[in-house]
Design a protein around this ligand. Structure first.
Ligand code: C2O
Ligand code: CU
Length: 543
C-alpha cells in the first residue's frame, strides 16, 4: 500500500486547495471532510416536513409455497405515484410502489422470484447482500428485456431482423468508458425477454437485505426512479430474541431525490433519453437530491409508542452520506443501540449517539422511546445535511399506555471472527478517478468478463480497498469483516458482517472475506451509483 500515492490522487480530484496540506499530518483529516456528490435542486415547491405519515412497504405474498420453497412474482412497471402532496410522479417500480414490496424469506428455505419486465427499458435485479448463485445474482449485462422485445440474437428463436432491432434497443450500448472484450465469458451477458426467474437458496442468516436494479451503466437512474425494495431474511436465532416485533420492527429506506417542475424525478443524465449512460460532468461525483424520502414519503412522521422500536435503516441514496442522530437525545444519550449490520445480528449490541451510513449500508438499531416524555417530537437528523436535507423524519411520542416486553439482550448472536492468519491471499483494489477513463478500479474502467481476482471456493482472503475520494465499496456473494482502516483498528460503524464499507478519502480499509457455496463470476464495485455507472466495477470469479 503506497499511502503517499493515493493521498496525492485524492488531492488532485479535490482540487489544488488541498494540495498544500497533502504532505502534512492534517492532510488525511482535511480530505475526510470532502463528502461526495453535488446537490440537484427540485424545480417545484417542497412540502413541509413531518406532515406525511410514514408508509411501510407491503409484504409480498408468495404466489405458491410448496416443498421446493416460496415462489413470488413481481412485475416491474411504470406507476404514477403521489410522492409530494398533490404532485404526480411517474416512477419505475417493482409491483407499482416505491419502495417495492418487501420480500420476506426464511433462512434455509428457498425463495424463487419471477420478475416480469413491463418497463420501457431493460432491467437487471440484484438482491444486495444476498448469498446467491451467480446465475441469479443480477450480473449487470444479464439483461431482462421488456415484454414483447425482439429475442436476443443468440437465442434459439432469434432471427436476423430481431438481431438488428436488438442493437437499436435503448440503453444497449453498455457503460461509459467500457471496452468491448469479444469472446470473454459473460461479456455478452445472458439476455432474456419478458421474464426471468431468480433463485435464492437462503443459505444465510437473518439480515436486512434489499433488492434494486443493477443494469450496466444505468443503475443510478434506475434506482433514482424507484427500482428498490427490502428483502428481509429471518431465522430461528433471531426469533428467539426478545427484540421488537410486528409494527415495532420497521424497515426505513432513506433516499434523497429531486423533482422537476412537471413532478417527474429530476436526474442529470448526460443523455436525457437514457440511451447512453452517465451524468453531466458536474454530477460525476454523485447526485444529491434536496428531498429526503423515508419509505417513499418526504420527511414523514410516525406516531410512536413509548416502547422499543427496531429500525432497520437502509441508505438507498445514490450518493448521499448521512450522519444520523436523534434530537433531542434521550437522557443519558446512546439513543441508537445497534443490534445488526449489513449481514445480520452483531454478537453484542453497540450503543451510539450517531450513525454514519453510506449508500447501500444497513444499520439495524433499537430505540427505546420510553426514555422520552409523552408528547416529545423526536427528530431523526442528518448532521451531514444542510437546510432541508439536515432533517430526515420525526417520531411523535404518544402518551397512550402500552405493553412492551421487548428489550435488547446483552448477547445477540454467535459471530465467528475470521482470522487474518487464515487468509490465503492478499489483494489490493484501488478505487480512484482517472482523467481518461472515469471511475476506475486498479486503473481500469469496468470490463465485463475480465476478472480482477479468482479466489478459491472455501478460502479466506484479505482484500485491501484504497481510495482517492469517498467510495462505498460493495462485494457480492459473501459478507466480510472489516479488520482495519489506515493501519489502525476498525471504525465505530464497522462491526459485524458487512457487505458495503465506506472508504473515506485517502483511506485504506482491510477486510477478510470467505468465499462459500457458489463458484462463478460476481461483482465488486463502488455503490455511489454515479461512480458505479461510470465504470467503477470489477468482476471476480470464484473457482
Ligand atoms: Cu447494491 Cu452490486 O449492488
Ligand atoms: Cu465511488
Amino acid at each position: 500500500m503506497n499511502r503517499r500515492r493515493f493521498l496525492g490522487l485524492g488531492a488532485s480530484v479535490l482540487g489544488a486547495g488541498t494540495l498544500a496540506a497533502v504532505a502534512g499530518p492534517s492532510a488525511a483529516r482535511l480530505l475526510v471532510e470532502g463528502r461526495p456528490g453535488r446537490l440537484l435542486r427540485s424545480q417545484l415547491d417542497l412540502p413541509e416536513a413531518f406532515r406525511a405519515p410514514l408508509p411501510v412497504p407491503a409484504v409480498l405474498r408468495p404466489a405458491l409455497s410448496d416443498e421446493t420453497g416460496d415462489h413470488y412474482e413481481l412485475t416491474q412497471q411504470v406507476a404514477s405515484l403521489e410522492i409530494l402532496p398533490g404532485v404526480r410522479t411517474e416512477a419505475w417500480t417493482y409491483g407499482g410502489t416505491f419502495p417495492g414490496p418487501t420480500v420476506v424469506t426464511r433462512s434455509g428455505r428457498t425463495a424463487v422470484v419471477r420478475h416480469r419486465n413491463e418497463l420501457p427499458v431493460p432491467s437487471v435485479v440484484h438482491v444486495h447482500g444476498g448469498h446467491t448463485p451467480a446465475d441469479s445474482d443480477g450480473y449487470p449485462v444479464d439483461l431482462l428485456l421488456p415484454v414483447g422485445s425482439a429475442a436476443p440474437p443468440d437465442s434459439p428463436d432469434a432471427s436476423d431482423s430481431s438481431a438488428s432491432s436488438m442493437a437499436d434497443m435503448r440503453g444497449m450500448h453498455g457503460m461509459h468508458g467500457m471496452q468491448g472484450m469479444p469472446g470473454m465469458p459473460h461479456a455478452e451477458g445472458d439476455t432474456v425477454v419478458g421474464e426471468r426467474t431468480h433463485t435464492y437458496p437462503g443459505r444465510q442468516r437473518a439480515a436486512t437485505l434489499w433488492y434494486h436494479d443493477h443494469r450496466m451503466g444505468f443503475t443510478g437512474p434506475g434506482v433514482w426512479r424507484g427500482l428498490a425494495g427490502f428483502h428481509l431474511v429471518h431465522d430461528e436465532e433471531e426469533d428467539a430474541l426478545p427484540l421488537p416485533r410486528g409494527e415495532r420492527d420497521l424497515p426505513l429506506m432513506l433516499a434523497d431525490r429531486s423533482f422537476a417542475a412537471d413532478g417527474s424525478f429530476r436526474y442529470p443524465a448526460e443523455d436525457p433519453t437514457l440511451a447512453e449512460p452517465g451524468v453531466t460532468d458536474a454530477y460525476m461525483n454523485g447526485v444529491l437530491g434536496d428531498v429526503i424520502l423515508v419509505n417513499g414519503a418526504p420527511w414523514p412522521r410516525l406516531d410512536t409508542d413509548r416502547a422499543h422500536y427496531r429500525l432497520r435503516l437502509l441508505n438507498a441514496s445514490n450518493a448521499r452520506l448521512y450522519r444520523l442522530e436523534l434530537d433531542p437525545r434521550p437522557p443519558g444519550g446512546d439513543a441508537l443501540v445497534q443490534i445488526g449490520s449489513d449481514g445480520g445480528l452483531l454478537a453484542a449490541p453497540i450503543a451510539h449517539d450517531a450513525i454514519e451510513i453510506a449508500p447501500a449500508e444497513r444499520f439495524d438499531v433499537v430505540v427505546d422511546f420510553s426514555r422520552y416524555r409523552p408528547g416529545t417530537r423526536v427528530r431523526l437528523l442528518n448532521r451531514f445535511g444542510e437546510g432541508r436535507t439536515a432533517e430526515v423524519m420525526c417520531f411523535d411520542v404518544s402518551s397512550r399506555p402500552v405493553v412492551d416486553d421487548a428489550r435488547v439482550p446483552d448477547r445477540l448472536s454467535t459471530v465467528e471472527e475470521l482470522d487474518a492468519s487464515e487468509a490465503v491471499a492478499t489483494r489490493d483494489f484501488r478505487f480512484r478517478r482517472s482523467r481518461r477513463d472515469g471511475w476506475t478500479i486498479n486503473g481500469d474502467p469496468y470490463r465485463p468478463g475480465h476478472s480482477l481476482a479468482a479466489p478459491a471456493l472455501g478460502t479466506v482472503e484479505r482484500w485491501r480497498f484504497s481510495s482517492d475520494v469517498h467510495h462505498p465499496v460493495h462485494v457480492h456473494l459473501n459478507h466480510f469483516q472489516v479488520i482495519g482502516r489506515n493501519g489502525e483498528g476498525p471504525g465505530p460503524w464497522d462491526a459485524g458482517w458487512k457487505d458495503t464499507v465506506d472508504l473515506r478519502p485517502a483511506e485504506a480499509v482491510e477486510v477478510l472475506v470467505r468465499f462459500t457455496d457458489y463458484a462463478g463470476t460476481y461483482m465488486l464495485h463502488c455503490h455511489n451509483l454515479e461512480h458505479e455507472d461510470m465504470a467503477m466495477m470489477a468482476d471476480f470469479t470464484v473457482e
